[in-house]
Design a binder for this molecule. Structure first.
Ligand SMILES: *[C@@H]1O[C@H](CO)[C@@H](O)[C@H](O)[C@H]1NC(C)=O
Ligand SMILES: *[C@@H]1O[C@H](CO)[C@@H](O)[C@H](O)[C@H]1NC(C)=O
Ligand SMILES: *[C@@H]1O[C@H](CO)[C@@H](O)[C@H](O)[C@H]1NC(C)=O
Ligand SMILES: *[C@@H]1O[C@H](CO)[C@@H](O)[C@H](O)[C@H]1NC(C)=O
Ligand SMILES: *[C@@H]1O[C@H](CO)[C@@H](O)[C@H](O)[C@H]1NC(C)=O
Ligand SMILES: *[C@@H]1O[C@H](CO)[C@@H](O)[C@H](O)[C@H]1NC(C)=O
Ligand SMILES: *[C@@H]1O[C@H](CO)[C@@H](O)[C@H](O)[C@H]1NC(C)=O
Ligand SMILES: *[C@@H]1O[C@H](CO)[C@@H](O)[C@H](O)[C@H]1NC(C)=O
Length: 417
């Protein structure tokens, strides 16, 4: 525990970066792929962690201490190089490899700087001296002549300084070279781990890597450190939503302020065994509103089938209140528009909501779209994910995210639920 705190405080004093994710602990047991699907439907994705600050916030969201809990990290096919300080350093910007380096055959590689300032990859388990980095000091680089494996070296630097040295450009590389007389570890490593949301965070918080398991759990009994586990294990998990888009959309729709909610899981999610596992979603997100953004790219027809199978139907919007709620969901979409349950019939030349086959009493068409706009066969209705969230006609074969209704008997024109 003491070590954990040291690491966290070390980072806190260095990074002023905002926590960009809001974490939601889902106390339902699912395997990793089911957990991913759940998070993509209800939030944005399984949790990504960018730094120690966020790890602290994630660990704080776990309310039940008896389980190991999935996050969004998984083993992919591709090994990538990362700097250890994810916020400030980018592998694309500067590299100083020796000829024929990095060695493509050595997958579990860590980077060494030689006495010419050139880099090569070597087995992370070898013991070498290393250079730490103190972010708050003028003399930023500290040579540690005791030899350690790469991971031990990183732990040492995180405990007593900021981290292993990270390098942004050739002048920083020169400065590190000057103090490192021999081969030294630097904070560059290669691994096969990817995040479910495809972000490239290099933050790692390993306790153990067994190297034959493909998914990752936070070990609640090991102060939140990570283990790799089998992806078919069913355990609770952590989703994240995007703090930025939530706070901007929240202010646009004043309502009861929500801080921490204990929301019973809806039984619209199939297959829960509620008697053996209390199903509870601990969330600090927006209130439940009977709408679900599905962040999958489907054609309009596929989206209708999906909503009808898993929920009730593609959303119909019959009031400004509903428009605002749908707009808030749409702003978390990965596509520029999201499908609505709105269809154009070119036989009869009008737009209608598929839910009741009526033309709406509320409208929010973009100019040039809708009843008085340009029309052709095969159009369906979509909402802009940003801006005025206006409605437009789009070819039904386009692949977009979409919003489902979860209530079967939503009121229509008088809708204020
Ligand atoms: C890092 O640098 C700051 C500023 O010079 C200094 O106060 C601090 O003691 C240094 N940290 C270590 C562990 O040397
Ligand atoms: C991910 O990598 C891209 C380019 O390699 C970079 O522009 C971006 O800032 C990185 N994102 C994060 C979260 O590190
Ligand atoms: C933590 O829990 C795991 C099982 O979930 C167990 O294998 C491990 O021994 C525990 N570790 C400690 C330090 O209690
Ligand atoms: C998770 O469960 C689903 C349905 O039970 C199954 O299709 C999927 O293969 C499982 N995934 C893993 C990684 O075991
Ligand atoms: C997961 O798969 C392994 C074989 O790959 C099997 O031995 C194990 O029983 C499975 N666990 C669960 C919880 O399904
Ligand atoms: C949810 O489950 C409860 C208890 O099993 C049941 O009474 C209720 O009707 C269910 N609700 C829906 C919408 O299925
Ligand atoms: C739920 O799990 C308990 C204990 O494992 C079992 O006895 C019960 O039959 C299960 N219920 C359902 C609906 O699967
Ligand atoms: C959906 O499409 C968007 C935009 O083309 C893309 O950024 C996103 O990754 C896609 N999502 C999936 C799950 O394929």
């Amino acid at each position: 525990m003491v070590f954990f705190l040291l690491v966290v405080f070390g980072f806190l004093s260095f990074t002023s970066s905002q926590i960009s994710h809001q974490y939601h602990f889902i106390n339902i047991r699912k395997n990793w792929t089911e957990a991913q699907r759940f998070c993509r439907e209800k939030y944005i994705d399984l949790a990504t962690v960018n730094n120690a600050d966020e790890m602290n916030s994630l660990f704080g969201a776990i309310s039940d201490v008896s389980y190991d809990v999935y996050i969004g990290l998984y083993r992919s096919e591709v090994f990538r190089w990362h700097w250890t300080l994810p916020d400030s350093y980018n592998v694309e910007l500067f590299q100083n490899w020796k000829e024929k380096q990095p060695d493509q055959d050595n997958n579990h590689g860590c980077a060494v700087m030689d006495n010419n300032g050139k880099w090569f990859s070597d087995s992370c388990d070898l013991q070498k001296p290393f250079v730490c980095f103190n972010a708050t000091s003028n003399t930023k680089y500290i040579l540690i002549e005791v030899t350690k494996t790469w991971r031990e070296a990183q732990e040492y630097c995180q405990t007593f300084y900021t981290d292993l040295v990270n390098i942004r450009d050739s002048s920083e590389n020169q400065n590190v070279k000057k103090i490192a007389k021999n081969d030294v570890w630097i904070g560059l490593f290669k691994d096969p781990w990817s995040w479910s949301d495809q972000s490239n965070s290099s933050f790692r918080f390993w306790s153990n890597i067994r190297r034959d398991q493909n998914c990752v759990s936070v070990m609640v009994n090991q102060t939140g450190k990570w283990n790799d586990v089998k992806c078919n294990a069913t355990q609770p998990f952590i989703c994240h939503s995007d703090l930025k888009s939530q706070s901007t959309t929240k202010s646009a729709t004043p309502g009861p302020s929500t801080t921490t909610q204990h929301t019973p899981a809806q039984n619209t999610t199939e297959g829960e065994n509620t008697s053996s596992h209390p199903t509870q979603i601990l969330t600090t997100g927006p209130e439940q509103d009977n709408l679900i953004l599905v962040r999958e790219n489907l054609t309009w027809t596929e989206a209708v089938s999906y909503c009808r199978k898993h929920h009730v139907d593609l959303v119909s919007i019959h009031s400004e209140v509903l428009q605002n709620r749908a707009a808030r969901r749409a702003s978390q979409a990965s596509t520029s528009h999201v499908w609505l349950g709105l269809r154009y019939t070119c036989t009869f030349n009008f737009w209608f909501w598929i839910k009741n086959r009526e033309t709406g009493c509320y409208q929010n068409w973009a100019s040039g779209h809708g009843p008085s706009g340009y029309e052709e066969c095969g159009l369906s209705g979509a909402m802009e994910s940003t801006g005025g969230h206006r409605w437009v006609g789009r070819p039904e074969s386009e692949r977009l995210n979409f919003i489902c209704h979860t209530c079967a008997d939503c009121q229509l024109c008088t809708d204020t639920f």
